[in-house]
Design a binder for this molecule. Sequence first.
Ligand code: SF4
Length: 348
Amino acid sequence: MPVDASEALLCWYAVDKRRLPWRAEGGARPDPYRVWLSEIMLQQTTVATVRPYFERFTTRWPTVAALAAAEEGEVMAAWAGLGYYARARNLLACARLVAAEHGGRFPDDEASLRSLPGIGVYSAAAIAAIAFGRRAVPVDGNVERVLSRLYAVKEPLPAARSKIRALADAMIPDPGAGDFAQAMMDLGSAICTPRSPDCGRCPLRAWCAAFAEGDPEGYPIKAPKAARPHRTGTAYWLEHDGKVLLVRRPARGLLGGMLGLPEIEPAAIAWQEAGAVDHVFTHFALTMRLLCAEIEGQPEGRHGETWSPVDRLGDAGLPTLFAKLAARGLAWREKGKAPAPVRQGTIA
Ligand code: SF4
């Protein structure tokens, strides 16, 4: 059964695969740099979101050597909006390591790929299979869903992961591992979707146990989730002479290395409320309140601080949380801000 199902999947993929800028056409092997870049960008992000970022990155930095030579600030700004910013720092660290220690060529096996910054188990398997045709099993949420339905896996996730990995491994054709991995990704995203899977068009329907049971949406079975904690915070929009104060965040920690609005009161002045925004990170949800003020007199700059022209804030590369807050700051300004009196006459 697995061999026939794999062949049916590959036949479907040959005709119906998605045309994606990081994929090669006509049976050619794709460029490992483009495969690696797409896999890192696609972690926790959709294809539609990644596509324009991928086009911009590969136009600006067409090779791993070109990316390795880029400034960190440029790469972080180009990444802004894709989220999970540790990925951007690891991306650059990985490019520099490949350029410096591997002669600008990515290693072609899973173990060596996993030793590079930012390449985990899934990405190493995906790059090894797609870029180098290695027999590897990249199992993500899409593949877990397809396989748990195909075999009607009764154990809940995440405990069922090792079983699903073994089921995937048994299906991998050799040669054809790269196409098989991408076919699974495409099937999970286009046909075997979380809700309302399109079983009528599915090449695996003849082998699918969940379809035979009449309950594809009942799979995968999931263990109950712990509630996501909720945190609160305050950010400050401090304006002076058409510019707003931004701070470079510490390299380690949340949104590390990115520019953002200050979260420590930057001046002892009267602040005005400008509402709050909600943002969900992987491990917690955040509600951040925004306080706004305009200050007269040139404040002294401190290390890591920069004054960005308000009308060019779109070029500053703010991550999504701070872009949302900046939109509130701009709305506050539109409503007619009033210069705030300085309580102690100095920046705090
Ligand atoms: S038949 Fe339906 S449930 Fe089964 S793999 Fe195909 S789309 Fe998914």
